[in-house]
Design a protein around this ligand. Structure first.
Ligand code: ADP
Ligand code: MG
Length: 336
């Protein structure tokens, strides 16, 4: 007999909560009543964000249920990282064309691998029938007043990025048919696409140090533009300092222009772009020493003349033409 909605939820999505902030409403489970009940901590603000992934648009139809689950939760958690928040709970909206236990079991396995890694509890959701889509709403907390906004970049700040950019776009190109003729690079890019691990630890350390932050989902230039506009500043980026994965830089199938284009306007990287006084860098590096992540300075914030906020790309200290390098291509969905 096929599972009904309640059986699915019980079997694949109900686990005991690990957070003391979650109230058990049904026996020792926190899922199953009309709502989840949580106790926010004193002195904290709640931070929340929702993202939907639609099959064929945000992931290829060929993605495995495990891959879909890890991508959905990682990309949502990245928004919490960008606010400097600590993840607490999430809810899951699942629309399925039909019920397959094998699918659900793999989806649930992927989901809880990431949930456990980032210590975030599933506390509820909704399950419906229809074309495959996954919505995740994440909730986190920050010390009151400490959330990292896009709107607080200050002239004089240095601009930094975590890890490397361009992997998301290169992975997308690969999923759409590009062949890098390098198995280890292809494996690396696949992992970057389906498990773009959110920079939660860096975000939490940044909260008291940085002035502004954003996670790179639209592309470095576009997301720098979001900070510049919201903060009414000019952001100068040094093209030659923008970090791209060695495997891509050295790949015979990629030109330097292609790497720059992916890094600047590809999107889907889920790295943090932040502005911070340079003198905090050493403290930040000390705090995240245990993390396997590099921090690279890629530019600076200067004041906007006549309120003209913008992003300026520099090469050898000269302003260079963004359109020429990037061809101004933004994020491309699978159905684009
Ligand atoms: P209601 O009719 O009250 O909205 P539902 O039948 O939609 O209740 O859900 C029953 C319980 O199962 C609720 O506690 C809900 O949060 C939970 N739930 C439903 N779908 C999911 C899911 N995909 N993941 C986690 N919890 C879910
Ligand atoms: Mg419901």
């Amino acid at each position: 007999m096929p599972l009904n909605e309640f059986d699915i939820i019980k079997k694949y999505f109900t686990r005991q909560s690990s957070h003391s902030t979650v109230v058990s409403t049904v026996g020792d489970a926190c899922i199953g009543d009309d709502c989840a009940v949580v106790n926010p901590a004193q002195g904290k603000q709640l931070v929340m964000s929702m993202d939907t992934l639609v099959a064929g648009t945000h992931f290829p139809e060929s993605a495995t249920p495990y891959q879909i689950a890890t991508r959905a939760l990682c990309t949502s958690l990245s928004d919490l990282a960008a606010m400097g928040a600590r993840p607490l709970w999430f809810t899951l909206g699942l629309t399925l064309p039909h019920v397959s236990e094998q699918w659900l079991s793999e989806f649930s396995r992927g989901l809880f691998v990431i949930a456990d890694q980032f210590n975030v509890d599933l506390i509820g959701g909704d399950t419906t029938k229809g074309p495959l889509s996954v919505t995740v709403q994440v909730h986190g907390e920050v010390n009151t007043g400490a959330a990292l906004m896009r709107s607080s970049a200050q002239a004089g700040d240095a601009v930094f990025v975590t890890d490397v950019v361009g992997d998301g776009a290169a992975a997308l190109a690969m999923l759409q048919g590009a062949n890098f003729l390098d198995d280890s690079l292809q494996k690396y890019l696949l992992a970057r696409f389906y498990q773009p691990l959110p920079q939660i630890a860096v975000g939490e350390s940044l909260a008291p140090l940085a002035n502004a932050a954003i996670d790179i989902s639209d592309g470095l230039l576009a997301d720098a533009g979001h900070i510049a506009r919201a903060s009414n500043v000019v952001i100068q980026l040094d093209l030659e300092d923008i970090p791209v994965a060695e495997g891509l830089k050295n790949n015979t199938q990629c030109t330097q222009e292609q790497c720059w284009q992916w890094g600047l306007s590809g999107g889907d990287d889920y790295q943090l772009l932040f502005t911070m006084p340079l003198h905090h860098l050493e403290k930040l590096r000390g705090e995240i020493a245990a993390q396997d992540v590099t921090i690279t300075q890629i530019g600076r914030v200067v004041s906007a003349e006549n309120d003209q906020s913008k992003v300026v790309l520099m090469k050898q200290q000269q302003v260079c033409d963004v359109a020429h390098i990037t061809n101004m291509q933004g994020y491309q969905h699978f159905d684009a």
